[in-house]
Design a protein around this ligand. Structure first.
Ligand SMILES: *Cc1c(COP(=O)(O)O)cnc(C)c1O
Length: 362
């Protein structure tokens, strides 16, 4: 093979790239290859092997030379039946992160993106890249929603998109239903997104609240509790009216036939999801109890499949865990999260490794 010609070493003129894109940092993630991957909140178990086989057979039977559905209508109908939702209000993309970009295009560009701080980084990165008026209100010290502050921001800014994450990421906190309702009801005219990426672990469900207003939307994903992060599928449950506008922004034919086959099989065999979510809840409690009397590290309460570890020195704690073959996510530079690492709940063996490593820290 001929070696690639390098780009010339002169100062690049990239004025064709918008300033907002040049200024925003790339999504902060570096893959690290260690035995225990607890840094991405993934399901530690793969999609069940028998279902994988069924999905593969279905993939073989489909034509690969033809375009898939324009907007994955067949799969949307299956999801609608599973979620007890109007199919006209279901919008699918390869991963819900793409829906966040499209929602920012829908309501954020030239308008406002309102969320809390700290928050899921994709909301803020997209808002910055698309030049939205990004407004963030600090969480309360106990990680609950700053309802009064958010209501003031709703009044003081031109409307746009409001992101509420339940359970919250990266804290795992779940708010009182009344607080969420008060906030959502104050956001008339705004596009209100309830990101429920982790709802299977908390047992919460915003569908009743979303059903009460055409401006409301629940964001869900197959990446976490379903154990299908590698397949890439996220969806919105919303009103047919809002879905119609959102769908205009979704690229045509964007769900391939292979993903469609895998998801159909998952939706026909959803029993494993609750079983595993149950194990995560059990393990979460076990880890919390095991590290209760740790002299230096504190496990913060969470209702998701991850938890924050508060340490006196995040760098030292991160290094120590890495030395024990465990990779976690640093969150200590986020406001209010000094010293914090975010750790996914793994298999019982992985959680044992985490507990042992934590106890070995001096
Ligand atoms: C993991 C996660 C998602 C899911 O992203 P996908 O693109 O569907 O994998 C969405 N929101 C939050 C808050 C998350 O943590």
């Amino acid at each position: 093979m001929t070696p690639q010609t390098p780009f010339p070493a002169r100062v690049p003129d990239l004025s064709g790239v918008r300033g907002a894109v040049r200024e925003v940092p790339a999504y902060p993630f570096t893959p690290i290859d260690v035995p225990h991957k607890l840094d991405q909140n993934e399901n530690p178990y793969d999609f069940p092997a028998d279902l994988k086989r069924l999905a593969t057979e279905r993939m073989l039977a489909r034509p690969w030379n033809r375009y898939p559905d324009l907007h994955a209508e067949t799969l949307a109908a299956r999801i609608a039946a599973f979620e007890d939702w109007d199919p006209a209000g279901v919008v699918l993309t390869p991963g819900s992160n793409l829906l966040i970009k499209l929602l920012t295009e829908l309501g954020g560009i030239g308008q406002t993106v309102l969320t809390v701080s700290p928050t899921f980084s994709v909301y803020t990165l997209e808002a910055q890249m698309l030049g939205a008026n990004l407004v963030q209100v600090p969480l309360n010290p106990d990680f609950s929603l700053p309802v009064e502050g958010l209501k003031a921001a709703l009044r003081d800014n031109p409307p746009g998109v409001l992101y509420v994450t339940q359970p919250h990421a990266p804290t795992g906190f779940v708010d009182a239903q009344a607080a969420v309702r008060e906030l959502v009801e104050a956001a008339d005219g705004w596009v209100v997104v309830l990101d429920e990426a982790y709802y299977q672990y908390s047992g919460t469900d915003s569908r009743p609240l979303v059903r009460e207003g055409a401006n409301r939307l629940s964001l869900r994903t197959f990446s976490k509790a379903w154990g299908l992060a590698g397949i890439r599928l996220g969806y919105a449950l919303t009103s047919p009216t809002l879905a119609e506008h959102l769908r205009k922004l979704v690229p045509a034919f964007n769900i391939g036939v292979l993903a469609e086959a895998a998801l159909e099989v998952a939706l026909e065999n959803p029993g494993y999801v609750q079983e595993r979510a149950q194990e995560v809840r059990r393990e979460r409690g076990r880890i919390q109890a095991a590290l209760q009397d740790h002299p230096l590290w504190q496990v913060l309460p969470s209702q998701a499949n991850f938890y924050l570890l508060r340490t006196p020195d995040a760098e030292a704690a991160y290094r120590h865990l890495l030395d024990h073959g465990i990779v976690v996510r640093r969150q200590d530079r986020l406001p209010g999260l000094t010293g914090c690492l975010r750790v996914a709940v793994g298999t019982p063996a992985e959680n044992d490794a985490l507990i042992a490593a934590a106890r070995a820290f001096r």
